[in-house]
Design a protein around this ligand. Structure first.
Ligand SMILES: [Zn+2]
Ligand SMILES: [Zn+2]
Length: 171
């Protein structure tokens, strides 16, 4: 079981599993998603109302430093936000849609192959590898095509108005 794996690896590193560490590790491990620090703080507080933001952020930093969780920026789709996921998961690449922000995980042999090639080529000992791929998901490709067509169909003045309207909405 994953939870036991975490506890064992903590023990082997001489890290004491405090209550806040246990809560956060379990949240990250069980969610299977990529949660940001603020969401983790809210979830953790539901389990222990005494937990404050500073403790949660400090604990995340510690978990990252001891190699138990991975910190991701996911192409900065959410601004400066960082996301956390367990290191117990098999290595995978993150495939991020630059329009809707959907994140898919790609698991597969090519990643292990790349790792082996880099290690052999540089005589390198890889401790951590992070692969992010940005682009447009199938759904957004269709929408983008429609947007381009719609923009092209409008007379130039209307397009300019439309653009400024979009810019206003974006603010
Ligand atoms: Zn998309
Ligand atoms: Zn992931």
């Amino acid at each position: 079981m994953a939870a036991i794996g975490i506890k064992d690896s903590l023990k082997s590193q001489g890290v004491r599993l405090t209550r806040q560490r246990e809560i956060l590790l379990e949240l990250i491990d069980k969610s299977g998603k990529h949660l940001d620090a603020e969401t983790l703080f809210e979830l953790a507080q539901k389990q222990d109302p005494k937990l404050n933001r500073v403790t949660v952020y400090r604990t995340l930093k510690m978990l990252k430093e001891s190699g138990l969780v991975d910190e991701l920026d996911l192409m900065h789709m959410g601004g400066d936000q960082h996301y956390y996921e367990t290191r117990l998961k098999q290595e995978h690449a993150h495939v991020i849609c630059l329009r809707c922000g959907k994140v898919e995980e790609f698991f597969g042999e090519p990643l292990q192959k790349l790792r082996r090639q880099v290690e052999q080529h540089f005589g390198f000992q890889i401790m951590l590898a992070r692969t992010e791929i940005g682009g447009y998901c199938a759904h957004c490709q269709v929408l983008r095509e429609q947007e381009v067509e719609a923009a092209a169909a409008l007379p130039p003045t209307t397009t300019a108005k439309r653009r400024s309207a979009t810019a206003a909405v974006a603010k």
